[in-house]
Design a protein around this ligand. Structure first.
Ligand SMILES: Cc1cc2nc3c(=O)[nH]c(=O)nc-3n(C[C@H](O)[C@H](O)[C@H](O)COP(=O)(O)OP(=O)(O)OC[C@H]3O[C@@H](n4cnc5c(N)ncnc54)[C@H](O)[C@@H]3O)c2cc1C
Length: 474
């Protein structure tokens, strides 16, 4: 047994053993490692589905650690104070963690670092969430990138850190500090009836994630470029859920996809580009944190969002707009906690353009309902579609949900999978929606199909006129 004091490995969105620089540092320290998860006010404030998925991830990771002869210590409270107390209780002289990049997490972590350092504790943060720390990528003039393509060009040939092995055991302390019980945290409480339904679609944990990546690169990556936009197909990696919770590293995903590309995998480069969209989102978030709270382009502060439109808002949330692509996608979201990327673009465009409802409402709803919720990708995605973000899709490019259906789901496979009404024998997924939604919504599979909440032409013209007025006024 080592005589070194223990080191606290403060686990956040990095529920994995491989490629974990913070864990590596903890092990190198030489003393017993205390894995700790803190449910602090920021985690308490997570939306229903991410919080539920966090609970699943923690439950799984507890087992993983136990198999290594370790434990996951759970504590609740303000992170800095909890860490200070734990150091006092255990005699730990070092605390390590993987960085997060949203402004609230940065403020919390800086406070924790300051407080711990003032007590003589060595507090260190590490990369590991991203391929490239956001401040290490800059334009030739030394500024941030606001457009994706030059960002991609500047990083595509950069070295990505080598992979770190997962340890086969973690040194344990003589006595474990007290832990709270995960069940007492009731992280699934916000899901009400939906938890059991969504759980069926989750792929939790590091092993599931690594298998998913290998399976994708062996079976599907070649067709990725051509098929990734077809929502009924299993053509994408499905890794966002695992990347969001750090159950797989972006590094491993990158290295394995590069190897597939060198073997001649045609879609692998397109896949790498998608992974770099995630990096770009974090680059934007780090350099312009207001992407989370207001339109990135100032002139959009004047856009006349329709705040009062309660009925259309409810119809959108509930998959009752009368437009099959939108309704199928919103149900997929409610049942699986995920939504195909093409579908995310279509529902976001319909909400912000045809219905002219603020992108922040949509962003917040996704933050409640996505198990792969990621603050950076979600904010960038919404601002991109709405037209108010950096490198945004031009506002006048308004997706026609029916035209998109013809293009990407011509045989109606996706819509039949998710919309039960009108089918004599609806599939399980379509019926699961009615088990997941709150009873107060009063939805049943034998109801009539919703009729369109707005004509596509009227919605389009109204949005374009509002946009033109905003530009004329600016
Ligand atoms: C309005 C809107 C909101 C979104 N919200 C989120 C979110 O909260 N969390 C989230 O992870 N993604 C979000 N995305 C991005 C994207 O839809 C998902 O990452 C993707 O659908 C995940 O499926 P996949 O893992 O099979 O992706 P793949 O196609 O297999 O791509 C591999 C990985 O690349 C990254 N990626 C792919 N596309 C994007 C993209 N457009 N932006 C950023 N990263 C991308 C993801 O990490 C993804 O797992 C959003 C997109 C839009 C338009």
């Amino acid at each position: 047994m080592s005589s070194c004091p223990p080191v606290i490995w403060w686990i956040r969105r990095d529920l994995r053993l491989h490629d974990n620089p913070a864990l590596k540092a903890a092990l190198e320290h030489g003393g017993p490692v205390l894995p700790v998860y803190i449910l602090d006010p920021q985690e308490e404030a997570l939306g229903a589905a991410p919080k539920f998925r966090l609970g699943r991830g923690l439950e799984h990771f507890q087992q993983v650690l136990e198999e290594l002869g370790s434990r996951l210590i759970l504590r609740r409270g303000a992170a800095a104070a909890v860490l200070e107390k734990l150091c006092e209780e255990t005699g730990a002289k070092m605390v390590v963690w993987s960085r997060l990049y949203d402004p609230e997490a940065i403020a919390r972590d800086s406070e924790a670092k300051q407080l711990l350092k003032a007590q003589g504790i060595d507090a260190k943060s590490f990369g590991g969430r991203l391929l490239f720390e956001p401040w290490t990528v800059e334009t030739k003039a030394g500024g941030m990138f606001k457009v994706y393509t030059p960002f991609w060009k500047s990083v595509r040939s950069r070295d990505v850190a080598d992979l770190l092995p997962a340890p086969s055991s973690l040194p344990a302390p003589k006595a474990w500090p007290r832990s709270e019980a995960l069940a007492d945290w009731a992280l699934d409480a916000g899901m009400s009836r939906g938890g059991d339904v969504v759980a069926r679609f989750c792929h939790v944990g590091e092993t599931a994630a690594l298998n998913r990546l290998s399976d994708f690169l062996e079976q599907r990556v070649d067709a990725y470029k051509e098929r990734r936009d077809f929502p009924a197909e299993d053509a994408t990696s499905g890794l966002s859920e695992n990347l969001a919770w750090g159950e797989i590293s972006a590094h491993r995903t990158w290295h394995q996809a590069r190897a597939a590309m060198q073997r001649g995998g045609q879609g692998a480069e397109t896949f790498l580009k998608e992974l770099v969209w995630r990096e770009f989102a974090y680059h934007l978030l780090y350099h312009s944190p207001h992407i989370l709270t207001r339109s990135w382009r100032d002139e959009w502060g004047q856009f006349p969002w329709r705040k009062e439109d309660r009925n259309n808002w409810a119809a959108w949330q509930r998959g009752q707009t009368g437009y099959d692509f939108v309704d199928a996608a919103m149900r997929e979201l409610y049942v699986t906690g995920r939504m195909h990327n093409r579908a995310r673009m279509i529902v976001a465009s319909f909400l912000t353009k045809h219905l002219m409802i603020h992108w922040k409402c949509g962003m917040d709803w996704f933050a409640q309902t996505l198990v792969d919720w990621d603050p950076a990708s979600n904010a960038m995605g919404w601002q991109w579609v709405a037209g108010c973000g950096p490198d945004a899709s031009p506002f006048f490019r308004i997706f026609n949900p029916d035209g998109q259906l013809q293009k990407f789901d011509a045989k109606g496979v996706y819509t039949s999978r998710w919309i039960a009404e009108g089918q004599s024998a609806p599939p399980e997924e379509a019926l699961a929606f009615f088990d997941a939604v709150p009873r107060s919504w009063n939805l049943t599979p034998d109801m009539a199909r919703a009729t369109p909440v707005i004509s596509l032409q009227h919605g389009r013209e109204r949005a374009l006129a509002a946009y033109q007025n905003m530009r004329n006024a600016g």
